[in-house]
Design a protein around this ligand. Structure first.
Ligand SMILES: [Zn+2]
Length: 129
């Protein structure tokens, strides 16, 4: 991979990581809010559930972004973690935190979809996008 490509992807990863950090602060407010009103409590509980699921998603994304940056430091970025073949630059430009080449990702998605049902397939699709 060209150095310019790597720099660009690193910038993208760092920007996404910084944006995730900014969201954490906002959501923390929602999570710790308390109110004596029952209706508000229901509303807050719903928001909390949503916030937690978003946080989980962001935590997962944050781990992927950090993992990608770490692989850049280690000089193994862009290598599929499953088959150790290079991941195409085109794929990395679309999904800079990709851990797997397209073939291994598709196999992994299919395995997840087969093992956990349609809902899981939907989740995988969202995470990859
Ligand atoms: Zn692979």
């Amino acid at each position: 991979m060209r150095h310019a490509d790597l720099d660009l992807l690193k910038g993208t990863l760092e920007a996404k990581l910084a944006a995730l950090g900014a969201n954490y602060d906002k959501r923390a407010d929602i999570v710790i809010q308390q109110t004596p009103d029952a209706l508000d409590q229901v509303q807050l509980a719903a928001e909390r559930t949503l916030a937690v699921s978003l946080l989980n998603r962001e935590l997962q994304m944050s781990r992927r972004l950090k993992g990608a940056l770490q692989r850049m430091d280690e000089g193994i970025y862009g290598t599929c973690l499953a088959c150790e073949e290079p991941i195409s630059v085109k794929r990395l430009q679309a999904v800079p935190w990709a851990e797997l080449c397209l073939g291994c990702q598709e196999r992994s998605d299919m395995a997840a979809a087969a093992g956990l049902g349609a809902d899981a397939a939907h989740t995988v699709e969202l995470e990859v996008a």
